[in-house]
Design a protein around this ligand. Structure first.
Ligand code: ADP
Ligand code: ADP
Length: 232
């Protein structure tokens, strides 16, 4: 089953003659439980693509479905709710709320949704991510790796079908990057979540099951084993 399907996505900024084709016809789909890395240099269109896939911005052309639902069929309010329930976001800068402690940051998406926190699931996540001793800490007391683990917990708490991660290790040293990536991998396996991660770091991309390359707003068309790699 496909968790995500994007067809012929284009995103243009500006107007002729100064138009920037940030995305120029991207087709992309993600299976349940699949971990995909999108790799490209700065300016290749990675962030733009992730923003479209997550419904944070609207493509100029093309259609995106998540869990079979067309994002363009949702109004702003419906989209906000849909995003919160179906997509977990992880960002380079963690995006934790500085005035809330670790526990409050993690459960925020559930509270915003007016739901009860599933304490058993919460404990499971907290244990997996090694955050048990940190629940009362404020984000600014934590290292980068710890802050990213909190952000991962917050992304997982709603049990989303898909995690979208934008340079999740961009601010971390290589050892911590690997640890964080391994956590994302093991939680995605355990909870059967798909992950789409963008990165410009080949070593980080190498940890994914599949690597897709983007250049000048287009996916490079290649066979498996060359630029696109699929690993069991
Ligand atoms: P990446 O994430 O791979 O660095 P981006 O998606 O941020 O690439 O950018 C792709 C291209 O689109 C770049 O040329 C960038 O300057 C341009 N771009 C991105 N966002 C905007 C915007 N809001 N307005 C104008 N141009 C943009
Ligand atoms: P990243 O580090 O993920 O590649 P960037 O620093 O390229 O991100 O861009 C950060 C944000 O700024 C993006 O979300 C993008 O929409 C916006 N942006 C990028 N390039 C431009 C641009 N030329 N004009 C306006 N906004 C831009």
């Amino acid at each position: 089953m496909k968790v995500l399907e994007a067809r012929n996505i284009k995103k243009y900024y500006g107007k002729e003659p100064n138009i920037t084709k940030a995305l120029d016809g991207v087709d992309f789909s993600v299976e349940k439980g699949e971990f995909v890395a999108i790799v490209g240099t700065s300016g290749s269109g990675k962030s733009t693509l992730l923003n479209m896939l997550g419904g944070l911005d609207v493509p100029t052309y093309g259609e995106i479905k998540i869990q079979g639902k067309k994002l363009s069929d949702l109004n702003d309010e419906q989209l906000t709710i849909f995003r919160r329930r179906n997509i977990g976001f992880i960002f380079q800068n963690y995006n934790l709320l500085p005035m809330l402690n670790v526990y409050e940051n993690i459960v925020l998406p559930i509270e915003l949704d007016g739901q009860e926190v599933d304490q058993i699931f919460l404990n499971e996540i907290i244990n997996m991510l090694g955050l048990k001793e940190k629940l009362k800490s404020m984000p600014n007391m934590l290292s980068g790796g710890q802050q990213q683990r909190v952000a991962i917990a917050r992304a997982l708490i709603t049990k989303p079908a898909i995690i979208l991660a934008d340079e999740p290790t961009g601010n971390l040293d290589s050892k911590t990057s690997r640890d964080v990536l391994e956590l994302i991998q093991s939680t995605s396996r355990k909870f059967e979540q798909s992950v789409v991660m963008i990165t410009h770091n080949e070593h980080i991309a190498d940890l994914a099951q599949r690597i897709v390359r983007i250049e000048d707003g287009k996916f490079l068309k290649t066979g498996v084993g060359e630029n696109e790699k699929i690993r069991e």
